[in-house]
Design a protein around this ligand. Structure first.
Ligand SMILES: [Zn+2]
Length: 396
């Protein structure tokens, strides 16, 4: 039996991800281990905690360490419970025993925090919050500062008229207002607060945050302004994302969560978000990639990470890109399967429900004569199509 070179340590490992202490409760872990004794398992945290990671091939590491007999990658999900003192704990089980190792992570982007105090939706609370916007409001049409808003409801720059009340600043023109469905007429989007939103609400407790496309909220924070096109009880400001009624540099952070896909001009919306942010202000953005059509009231653009980054323009500095637990690929698959089933002729549903995943891995064109493909409604096909097409003509 050959003796490994003395320079080779018995166990080497590396964590590729995460590199920074995640702001999220659940996050992806990826890394590799190289061992001189047979490798049995890798766990995030301790063996007792039971979070076993999957072993995967790492040909790149094997090629770089040709004299190391046991090389493997590992991948899985971890939680904040596996981080302590800024270090991610990994336990590697080899023939020589259990090795619990700590990998230092960079400090978090913002300190994790307990959920901030929240308040019921009352007219008094909303009015107090809206008064904080005095001096920060601007005309969405000509961008003139509105120094006397909300007490004065017209723009001195362009003459635009708005409808302000103590609990709602409505910047829509009558025609715009008429174009928006009434609350309840379409599906309402009730958005909760995740751990990053909670951390930012705490981090900027003395500042001002814009929830841009807030949806319907069931609680309020004193430092979060809810902007919507819909007239929800939790809405503070009604305006379109493409033309925000705030002065440049107003906000410490902007949330745009599952909103940009509903905006007609996401590039204009991204530019507006960057404009109303203070220098070094934080953007927290989520946009669907593989999610079926869902109109609230419309749905225009899904985005890849690359496109998602582009909409914020050149002044956007990306800090972290990942998949939220609430957006993991099961949502893509589940959304596709639900929409498919719901839009399928009832006679074809049993065939669809009895398919195994392995039945679906042949080339797509081999299924085009099957009922579960042929008997999908055209409307359903548009909701979940891999591609849509148009033929059009230039007007005279
Ligand atoms: Zn104006």
């Amino acid at each position: 039996m050959s003796t490994p070179p003395a320079a080779l340590s018995e166990l080497q490992f590396h964590i590729d991800l995460p590199t920074t202490t995640p702001a999220y409760a659940h996050f992806a872990v990826k890394g590799w281990v190289a061992s001189l004794t047979p490798l049995h398992a890798v766990f995030a945290g301790t063996v007792a905690a039971g979070n076993r990671l999957a072993l995967i091939p790492r040909p790149d590491v094997s090629a770089a360490l040709p004299s190391c007999p046991y090389v493997s990658g590992f991948v899985g999900q971890a939680t904040g419970a596996e981080i302590s003192d800024g270090q991610l704990r990994i336990t590697i089980v080899t023939a020589s025993g259990e090795h619990t190792l700590a990998h230092p992570l960079r400090p978090p982007l913002f300190p994790p925090a307990a959920p901030p105090a929240h308040f019921a939706i009352t007219p008094e609370f909303k009015a107090r919050k809206i008064r904080r916007l005095a001096g920060h409001l601007a005309c969405p049409i000509c961008k003139a500062i509105l120094p006397d808003a909300p007490s004065r409801e017209t723009c001195a720059g362009c003459g635009a008229a708005f409808e302000f009340s103590p609990t709602l600043l409505d910047f829509f023109t009558p025609a715009q207002r008429a174009s928006i469905p009434a609350v309840g007429a379409t599906g309402d989007s009730l958005g909760g607060y995740d751990e990053v939103m909670n951390a930012l609400v705490q981090h900027f407790a003395d500042g001002l945050i814009l929830d841009c496309g807030a949806g319907l909220k069931d609680r309020l924070f004193s430092n979060v302004i809810n902007l919507e096109i819909m007239d929800y009880p939790s809405t503070d400001v009604r305006a379109f994302n493409e033309s925000l009624p705030f002065a440049t540099g107003t906000f410490d952070a902007v949330f745009t969560l599952a909103t940009l896909e509903h905006v007609r001009d996401p590039f204009a919306a991204g530019a507006e978000i960057m404009r109303v942010l203070k220098p070094h202000g934080i953007v927290y953005s989520m946009v669907p990639l593989l999610v079926p059509y869902h109109g609230y009231p419309n749905h225009y653009y899904n985005m890849t990470v690359e496109g998602h980054r582009l909409v914020f323009g050149p002044s956007f500095e990306p800090l972290d890109a990942s998949v939220p637990l609430s957006g993991n690929p099961m949502w893509a698959l589940s959304g596709l399967l639900h929409a498919w089933h719901n839009n399928l002729a009832p006679s074809a549903r049993p065939e669809f429900l009895n398919l195994r995943i392995g039945d679906l891995l042949a080339p797509p064109l081999t299924y085009t004569d099957r009922d579960f493909v042929r008997h999908l409604t055209p409307e359903g096909a548009l909701e979940i199509a891999a591609m849509t097409r148009f033929i059009g003509r230039k007007r005279s």
